[in-house]
Design a protein around this ligand. Structure first.
Ligand SMILES: Cc1cc2nc3c(=O)[nH]c(=O)nc-3n(C[C@H](O)[C@H](O)[C@H](O)COP(=O)(O)OP(=O)(O)OC[C@H]3O[C@@H](n4cnc5c(N)ncnc54)[C@H](O)[C@@H]3O)c2cc1C
Ligand SMILES: NC(=O)c1ccc[n+]([C@@H]2O[C@H](COP(=O)([O-])OP(=O)(O)OC[C@H]3O[C@@H](n4cnc5c(N)ncnc54)[C@H](O)[C@@H]3O)[C@@H](O)[C@H]2O)c1
Length: 483
C-alpha cells in the first residue's frame, strides 16, 4: 500500500502510456508511487493520437481491402457512415473520460495527484490543482526518483495569421465530429499521411502541402511513393516542394480559411491541419530549479536517467526524451527505467547497461518498429538503406515486389506492395526491414524479432513461412539474397 503522506519513493509527472507503465513497474517492485496528471489519465495517445486516429482509419482501410476482393468489391462500393465511425471512435476514447484508467491505477496501488506538476528543486514536486477544483498547491517529495513523462504537443510554425485562423492540430484532426468538405494538410510526416488517408476516406477533398520531396521521408522512399499514389487515386492532391507562408480566416472559425503559399498562390479550404511535428512539454516543469534549460528535449542515458543532474534521481521517458516518438517504444523505456529505479533503490550499484543488457534501452537505436496505418500500410523496423550507408555499414539491400507472393495475390486482387531488407554483411544479420502493402502491419513483429534478435541470415532460411500467406515474402527475400 502507498502511504498517506506526501513523501513517495517515486513520483511520475504525466500519466500518458509511458508514465502509467513506469509507475506500474516501480509500484510492482514494491516502491510507493504517485503519478501527477493535469488532463486525462491515459495521455495524448489514448484520447487525441494513437487510439482515435486508428479508430478513424480502420473502416477506411477495411473498405480499401474489401474493394480488392472479387465478389465482395460491389458490396462495399458506397461511402462510409461517418456518424457511425465517429461514434465508434468516441467509444474507443471513453468519450474523453478516464474512469477506466482510474480503476486500473487504484488496483495497481498507484496514487493519482490531479494537477500540473513542476519540479521545485531536487526530488521535490509542486502540484497546482486544476482550475475550479478548489484545492491548494500540494508539495510532494521523492525518496528515490522523479520521472518526467510529460510527452509532447503539436508544434506550429510561426507565420502571419496562424493564431487567428485556429488551424486544426492532431487533436482536432482526431476528435472532430464532422467531415470538412475541403481539408488542407500541411506536412508530409506520419500524422499528415494517416490523417490524409482518414479524412479522404471519410469524404473530404484533401490537399496535402509537403515542403520536401514526398511523404514519410524517414522511411524507405518507396513507402511514401506508394501511399501518395493511392491517395491521389482516391482523389487527394499531394503537392510537394510547397511551403506555406500565411493563413487568414476573415469570417471567423465558422468561415473558410485561406492558405497563402510561398509562390503567392492562395488556396481555400474549410479546415487546415498543421501536422508539422511535435514540441516537448518541458517549458513549465521546473527544469530551471534543477539546473536544466526549460523547453527542450531531455537528454537521457541508457536507463532513461537524465544526464547532467547530480545524484542521478531524475529520469525522463517517452516522447519527452526524443529517442523515439512512439507509444510502444516509450513503454519499453518505461519498463527499463522502472526496473532501473527499483534496482538502484535496492542499492544495486552496477546495472547491466551494456548493449542489449537488462537495463539498457538498446532497441531505441537498433530496432524501433513502426506501423503507419495508411493505404497501403507501411511497416518498418531498424535502419533504412540510406541510414545504414550514412553510418558507414557494409550492407546489401534486397527488394521484392510483394504482388508476386501467392499469399498476397490471394489476399487482395491486384496487390500492390514492396518489401526491402537491409543486411549488414559484416555481422551477417538484418539491420532493417520495410514492408509496404495491404495487411503488412501484422507481419512487422517477425522482422522486429529478426533485427532485435540479430538472427543470422543463414538461420532465417530455416524459419519456414506458411503457404499461402503474405509472410512468404520472407522466403522470396531470402531466395533473392542467396541467389
Ligand atoms: C495523431 C497521432 C497519432 C499517433 N499514432 C501513434 C500510433 O499509432 N502508434 C504509436 O506508437 N504512436 C503514435 N503516436 C505517438 C504517441 O501518441 C506518442 O508517442 C505517445 O503518446 C507518447 O506517450 P507519452 O506518455 O510519452 O506522452 P503523452 O501521451 O503525451 O502523455 C503525457 C501526459 O503528461 C501530461 N502532462 C504534461 N505535462 C504535465 C505536467 N506538467 N503535469 C502533469 N501532467 C502533465 C499530459 O497531460 C499527458 O497526459 C501518435 C501521435 C499522434 C500525434
Ligand atoms: N502510426 C504511428 O506510429 C504514428 C502515427 C502518427 C504519429 N506518430 C508519431 O508522432 C510523431 C509526430 O508526427 P508528425 O507527423 O507530426 O511529425 P513528423 O516529424 O513525422 O513530420 C512532420 C512533417 O512536417 C514537416 N514540417 C515541419 N515544419 C514545417 C513547416 N513549417 N511547414 C511545412 N512543413 C513542415 C516536416 O518536413 C515533416 O514532413 C512522429 O514522430 C511519429 O512517429 C506515429
Amino acid at each position: 500500500m502507498n502511504q498517506a503522506t506526501d513523501e513517495y519513493d517515486v513520483i511520475v509527472l504525466g500519466a500518458g502510456p509511458v508514465g502509467e507503465n513506469l509507475a506500474d513497474r516501480a509500484r510492482a517492485a514494491g516502491l510507493s508511487t504517485a503519478i501527477v496528471e493535469r488532463e486525462l489519465v491515459g495521455g495524448e495517445c489514448s484520447y487525441w493520437a494513437c487510439v482515435p486516429s486508428k479508430a478513424l482509419l480502420r473502416p477506411v482501410l477495411a473498405r480499401a481491402e474489401a474493394r480488392q476482393v472479387p465478389g465482395l468489391r460491389e458490396a462495399v462500393g458506397g461511402s462510409l457512415a461517418a456518424a457511425d465511425v465517429f461514434a465508434h471512435r468516441d467509444k474507443q476514447v471513453g468519450n474523453w473520460k478516464d474512469d477506466g484508467a482510474l480503476t486500473w491505477l487504484e488496483s495497481a496501488g498507484i496514487d493519482l495527484v490531479r494537477g500540473h506538476g513542476r519540479l521545485v528543486g531536487p526530488r521535490r514536486v509542486a502540484v497546482t490543482p486544476p482550475d475550479g477544483s478548489g484545492g491548494g498547491e500540494r508539495a510532494l517529495t521523492a525518496r528515490h526518483a522523479v520521472a518526467v513523462c510529460t510527452g509532447t504537443r503539436a508544434a506550429l510554425p510561426d507565420m502571419p495569421g496562424i493564431a487567428e485562423a485556429r488551424p486544426w492540430t492532431s487533436r482536432e484532426a482526431t476528435s472532430a465530429g464532422a467531415v470538412p468538405d475541403r481539408l488542407i494538410i500541411v506536412g508530409g510526416g506520419v500524422v499528415a499521411a494517416e490523417m490524409a488517408t482518414a479524412w479522404c476516406g471519410l469524404g473530404s477533398r484533401v490537399t496535402v502541402l509537403v515542403r520536401g520531396s514526398g511523404l514519410l521521408n524517414r522511411i524507405e522512399p518507396f513507402a511514401g511513393e506508394l501511399v501518395a499514389e493511392t491517395l491521389r487515386e482516391a482523389g487527394a492532391e499531394i503537392r510537394t516542394g510547397t511551403s506555406v507562408k500565411g493563413l487568414a480566416r476573415p469570417g471567423g472559425v465558422e468561415g473558410p480559411v485561406t492558405v497563402t503559399l510561398e509562390s503567392g498562390e492562395q488556396l481555400e479550404a474549410d479546415e487546415v491541419l498543421f501536422a508539422t511535428g511535435r514540441a516537448p512539454h518541458t517549458a513549465d516543469v521546473g527544469l530551471e530549479t534543477v539546473g536544466l534549460e526549460p523547453g527542450g528535449w531531455l537528454t537521457v542515458d541508457e536507463t532513461c536517467r537524465v544526464t547532467d543532474v547530480p545524484d542521478g534521481w531524475l529520469y525522463a521517458a517517452g516522447d519527452v526524451n526524443h529517442r523515439a516518438l512512439l507509444t510502444h517504444q516509450g513503454k519499453y523505456q518505461a519498463r527499463i527505467a522502472g526496473a532501473a529505479i527499483a534496482a538502484r533503490a535496492r542499492g544495486v550499484e552496477r546495472l547491466d547497461t551494456g548493449r542489449w543488457g537488462e537495463y539498457a534501452t538498446t532497441a531505441d537505436e537498433a530496432a524501433v518498429p513502426q506501423v503507419v496505418f495508411t493505404d497501403p500500410e507501411v511497416a518498418a523496423v531498424g535502419l533504412t538503406a540510406e541510414q545504414a550507408e550514412s553510418e558507414g555499414r557494409d550492407i546489401r539491400v534486397v527488394d521484392y515486389d510483394m504482388g508476386q507472393v501467392e499469399g498476397a495475390a490471394l489476399y487482395a486482387d491486384g496487390y500492390r506492395g514492396r518489401a526491402r531488407m537491409v543486411v549488414d554483411l559484416d555481422r551477417g544479420h538484418l539491420i532493417g526491414v520495410t514492408f509496404v502493402g495491404p495487411g503488412v502491419s501484422e507481419l512487422l513483429h517477425s522482422a522486429t524479432v529478426a533485427v532485435a534478435g540479430e538472427v543470422p541470415v543463414d538461420r532465417l532460411w530455416h524459419a519456414v513461412p506458411s503457404f499461402p500467406t503474405i509472410s512468404e515474402i520472407w522466403l522470396r527475400l531470402l531466395e533473392a539474397y542467396r541467389g
